[in-house]
Ligand binder design. Structure first.
Ligand code: NDP
Length: 255
């Protein structure tokens, strides 16, 4: 699995556990971190796309393994991270990226749709941070990134559940930053604006046009825009950056 550190190689191969790596933003993050020399553990529910991506990374000289997990199930997620640590011998980077939407206007949103988005998008990050931080403390190094959204910062009609979960990630992240900062572990949020993935593919053209007009850079975001931000925030050199929210939205909100 991961290279073990030897006396002749001062920098160990960092191991990164990335949720939602089967497609979209998580896949782009995995490809980028693998290109940067990390051993990436690709996590999601669907095994096929994870295996294909791992094979692609390994074929191009990178290091990858997979973890089939359901992040909405605490045990599945905890077991997945624990197994990855056992296989790789360490854990340095955690990217809580997987997320879902169940949009509806407040008056029509059911308790079930509220709870399921909170569980998948917020509670999972708590569970993953809890298990990962233990291992990171052992290594006296850690980089945690929670992928939120501009919806969690400025709100969004039809997304009470999603915006609440994403806003919750900001509080969770700052708490993790405070609890583990002295142990060499940083925790930050990357908050994407509109990014072209399966999640946004169904949005009507007029909504996309409206978003485009709000973006100062006059283009919509792509998954690699987020991967580049995550690559920096999880790098060894980003050790003085913690508890922060990096908004990557092409200047859409500039909050
Ligand atoms: P996609 O819908 O394209 O991908 C979602 C990923 O999450 C898939 O890999 C999916 O894999 C995984 N996933 C979903 N539910 C679970 C689960 N219960 N257990 C394990 N894995 C799960 O989403 P994006 O790539 O667009 O979004 C990634 C993140 O970025 C999300 O947190 C999203 O909220 C956030 N974001 C996206 C924006 C955008 O414009 N696209 C804007 C702002 C934030 P599988 O189905 O195989 O389990």
């Amino acid at each position: 699995m991961a290279d073990s550190a030897s006396s002749s190689s001062p920098a160990p191969t960092r191991v990164a556990f990335i949720t939602g790596a089967s497609r979209g933003i998580g896949k782009a993050i995995a490809l980028r971190l693998a290109r940067d020399g990390r051993h990436v553990v690709l996590a999601a529910r669907s095994e096929g796309p994870l295996k294909d991506l791992a094979a692609q990374i390994i074929a191009s000289g990178g290091k990858a393994s997979i973890a089939v997990v359901d992040i909405a199930d605490s045990k599945s997620l905890t077991d997945g991270i624990t197994k990855a640590v056992a296989e790789c011998g360490r854990l340095d980077i955690l990217v809580n990226n997987a997320g879902i939407t169940k949009d509806n206007l407040m008056l029509r949103m059911t308790d079930e749709d509220f709870d399921s988005v909170i569980t998948t998008n917020l509670k999972s990050a708590f569970v993953a941070c809890r298990v990962a931080s233990r291992e990171m403390m052992r290594g006296k190094f850690g980089r945690i990134v929670n992928i939120a959204s501009t919806s969690g910062i400025i709100g969004n009609a039809g997304q009470a559940n999603y915006a609440a979960a994403k806003a919750g990630l900001l509080g969770l992240t700052k708490t993790v930053a405070r609890e583990f900062g002295s142990k060499g572990i940083t925790a930050n949020v990357v908050a994407p604006g509109y990014i072209e993935t399966d999640m946004t593919a169904g949005l009507p053209a007029e909504i996309k046009d409206g978003i485009l007009k709000m973006c100062a850079v006059r283009r919509l975001g792509v998954a690699d825009d987020i991967a580049a931000a995550v690559a920096y925030v999880t790098s060894d050199e980003a050790g003085f950056l913690t508890g922060q929210t990096l908004i990557v939205d092409g200047g859409m909100t500039m909050a």
